[in-house]
Design a protein around this ligand. Structure first.
Ligand SMILES: [Zn+2]
Length: 246
C-alpha cells in the first residue's frame, strides 16, 4: 500500500529525474513529491497539480506570454484552440514534420523534448514511436492539458521557459517545437539552450511561420467575422510556413 502511495506521488520518471537541473544556476536538484530543491543555490520550485513548476527570472516578454497562454489553455479559449489545432492543414503539417523525425531515428531509447507543447498535439505523434517524451511549456495550464491528452505513463511534464531549460547538457536526442520560436524575444539564448541540452548527434525540428502564411491570414479574417473583438490584424504579417531542421 505504501509503495502504491509513493508511486502515485512520483512527479517525474527516473530517466528525467537523473538529468533535471536548476534552471537558475544549472546545479543539481533534489526532487520530492512537493517541490524541487536546488542543491547549489537553494532555490525551491513548487510542484503544482503534480507538475514541477521550474520558472525563474522571467523576462517581461515571457511574463506576457505566460499570462496569454495560461488564458489560452483554459475554459472556452481552450476549446477554440483545440478546434483550430485540429484543422486539416495543421494536421497535415503535424504529420509531415513529425514523420521526418520518426522516419529518421526515433525509437524507445530516445529522449524527446517538446518545447511549447501546448495541449500535446505534436506529442501525440511522438509517443507512437515509443520514444520517451518530455512535454514542456511556459504555461502550466498547457502542460496540464498535454498530460490529460497523453496520459502519465512513460512521459514527463514540466513547466519551464526555453530560455532556461532545466535539463543538463547533452541529454536530449531530439527537440521539437511547433509555432514556438516566434513567441520568443531572445532567439539567440533559446538556440544556445537548445544546443546545450542536445546530444552531439541530436537534432531539432521546428515549424515556424516566416514570410507569408495565406491560410492563417484567411483564418484570421474568418476569426474577425465570428469574433469581432479578436485580433485586428494578423500577427504573422508576411509569413510563410517553414520547417527548420538542424
Ligand atoms: Zn540553483
Amino acid at each position: 500500500m505504501e509503495v502504491n502511495n509513493i508511486a502515485q506521488k512520483r512527479i517525474l520518471s527516473d530517466r528525467v529525474t537523473e538529468v533535471l537541473i536548476c534552471p537558475k544556476c544549472k546545479g543539481g536538484v533534489l526532487v520530492t513529491p512537493d517541490s524541487i530543491l536546488c542543491k547549489i543555490c537553494r532555490q525551491r520550485y513548487p510542484v503544482i497539480k503534480g507538475i514541477p513548476s521550474l520558472l525563474c527570472e522571467l523576462t517581461d516578454k515571457e511574463r506576457d506570454q505566460l499570462v496569454i497562454h495560461e488564458n489560452v489553455f483554459s475554459g472556452k479559449k481552450l476549446r477554440f484552440y483545440n478546434r483550430y489545432m485540429s484543422n486539416a492543414f495543421l494536421t497535415l503539417i503535424h504529420n509531415d514534420y513529425v514523420s521526418v523525425i520518426i522516419n529518421k531515428r526515433l525509437d524507445a531509447n530516445k529522449l524527446v523534448l517538446d518545447i511549447g507543447c501546448g495541449s500535446g498535439n505534436v506529442g501525440k505523434k511522438i509517443i507512437n514511436s515509443g520514444a520517451h517524451l518530455i512535454s514542456m511549456d511556459i504555461a502550466l495550464n498547457a502542460v496540464s492539458e498535454a498530460r490529460n491528452a497523453l496520459g502519465n505513463s512513460g512521459k514527463d511534464f514540466i513547466q519551464s521557459s526555453v530560455l532556461r531549460i532545466p535539463i543538463e547538457d547533452s541529454a536530449v536526442d531530439v527537440i521539437i517545437g511547433h509555432f514556438i520560436l516566434h513567441h520568443i524575444d531572445d532567439i539567440k539564448k533559446a538556440v544556445s539552450e537548445i544546443r546545450r541540452v542536445l546530444t552531439p548527434d541530436g537534432y531539432m525540428v521546428f515549424v515556424e511561420p516566416t514570410e507569408r502564411l495565406t491560410w492563417l491570414e484567411l483564418w484570421l479574417d474568418f476569426f474577425k467575422i465570428i469574433h469581432p473583438k479578436g485580433p485586428r490584424k494578423s500577427i504573422f504579417t508576411k509569413v510563410r510556413m517553414s520547417m527548420v531542421c538542424y
